[in-house]
Design a protein around this ligand. Structure first.
Ligand SMILES: *Cc1c(COP(=O)(O)O)cnc(C)c1O
Length: 404
């Protein structure tokens, strides 16, 4: 019999009652160190006092008004994001996928407004993840997410990850822009080299097309810069963000230059909830903390330290770990064993992580962690590796049988 909750997730048998900083607690009081952070959402940790204050203060005033009225929290946060980034304008959404929907619509509309409606295709890289709406599963191109949901939405061209030659060839008369994650998250913490990111900017400028970035996972300090594209020193024309933006309150945004947004005139796009007063209160408080240079420097310090500690563990456990990759606190452990086995072994040690494509385990801790949390996590990872090695040693017959 089907469960009352639509069974689209293979859920772990774990439920949490409360959180505090980088920790989650079960009803029985068991403590877990949360290095998944709701998949890069709880960047400021759980139950951050500043975010609680912002939410409860707004909750006593007004929860929701339509976007047919002015929303001061929206104007304030948009101004803050415009000041801190390449962007001139911002549209607020409730999720990452909706931020991408806005980005995709904006890219098509840009060329429509310029008299080139035939330019409606976005070039993407395989392994991408942009969300679960019909347009974003087509943009991502992952067969697993598309199966049975056809017809696929046209307008997306998929190229092998990082294939710059194919990219140059693929740009044509129907191209609207190039849509990429600077570092693929779900795809397995696959980093595009900075020189490729710069080359993509140049290709877009030459062809008069738009550079659209999905920084839903990489955004707001995760990579040690406010946005990952700053690492390469080149800006996008349009950028989708979400996840860490609300620190756990559902909110996303599509940022753009004035030029890229030229087609988005009155009546062309909208959302009932997007940018509602509760979301703006929390995101406003979160962004104020995350744009601070000390905050970003702390992420870089913690990232460097965690990376070093993980490299040592990788050296000690070559049968389990092939390598470590990523940027600052967006790290991936490339596994020699099945990645889900490592996620489970870490969970047994009360460390929460997230699996990803390419047999990778993602470490996405809250950005407010300190050295003691890193040491605690590394101790747990080390013990999990020892436990997994013991299992490998106890199953030689099975391994031999499998090979034969
Ligand atoms: C999570 C994610 C999305 C989708 O965000 P939702 O809020 O789940 O719709 C899109 N792009 C990237 C890179 C993501 O990590």
């Amino acid at each position: 019999m089907i469960t009352p909750v639509l069974p689209t997730y293979a859920r772990a048998d774990l439920e949490f009652e409360r959180g505090e900083g980088p920790y989650l607690f079960t009803a029985k009081g068991e403590r877990y160190l949360d290095f998944g952070a709701g998949i890069a959402v709880n960047a400021l940790g759980h139950a951050h006092p500043g975010l609680i204050a912002a939410l409860t203060e707004q909750a006593q005033k007004v929860w929701h008004v339509s976007n047919i009225y002015k929303i001061p929290g929206q104007e304030k946060l948009a101004r803050k994001l415009v000041e801190a980034t390449f962007a001139d304008t911002v549209f607020f959404t409730n999720s990452g996928a909706e931020a991408l929907e806005c980005a995709i619509k904006m890219a098509r509309r840009y060329h429509f407004a310029g008299g080139n409606p035939e330019r409606n295709e976005l070039i993407t890289f395989e392994g991408a993840f942009h969300g679960r709406t019909l347009a974003t599963i087509s943009a991502g191109g992952n067969k697993k997410y598309l199966e049975g949901f056809g017809p696929d939405m046209p307008g997306f061209v998929h190229l092998p990850f990082g294939d710059m030659k194919a990219l140059e060839k693929a740009i044509g008369a129907a191209t609207a822009g190039i849509l990429i994650e600077p570092i693929q998250g779900e795809g397995g913490i696959r980093v595009l080299p900075n020189e490729d990111l710069r080359r993509i900017r140049a290709l877009c400028d030459e062809a008069g097309i738009l550079r659209v970035l999905d920084e839903v996972q990489t955004g707001f300090g995760r990579t040690g810069k406010l946005f990952a594209h700053e690492l390469a020193g080149v800006t996008p024309d349009i950028m989708a963000v979400a996840k860490a933006l609300g620190g756990g309150f559902p909110v996303g945004a599509c940022l753009a230059t004035e030029n890229a947004a030229r087609g988005m005139t009155v009546g062309t796009h909208g959302s009932t909830y997007g940018g509602n007063p509760l979301a703006m209160a929390v995101a406003g408080a979160a962004v104020e903390l995350m744009v601070k240079e000390e905050f970003l420097a702390h992420v870089r310090d913690m990232g460097r330290s965690l990376r070093q500690k993980l490299a040592m563990i990788a050296d000690q456990h070559p049968a389990i770990i092939e390598g470590v990759r990523g940027e600052a606190l967006m790290l991936g452990i490339k596994c020699r064993i099945t990645n889900t086995d490592l996620v489970q072994a870490l969970r047994d040690e009360h460390l929460l992580t997230v699996g990803a494509g390419d047999n990778v385990v993602r470490l996405l801790p809250p950005l407010i962690i300190d050295e003691t949390h890193l040491d605690e996590a590394v101790g747990k990872i080390s013990r999990a590796c020892v436990a997994l090695e013991a299992k490998l040693a106890n199953a030689p017959a099975k391994a031999a049988g499998g090979a034969a």
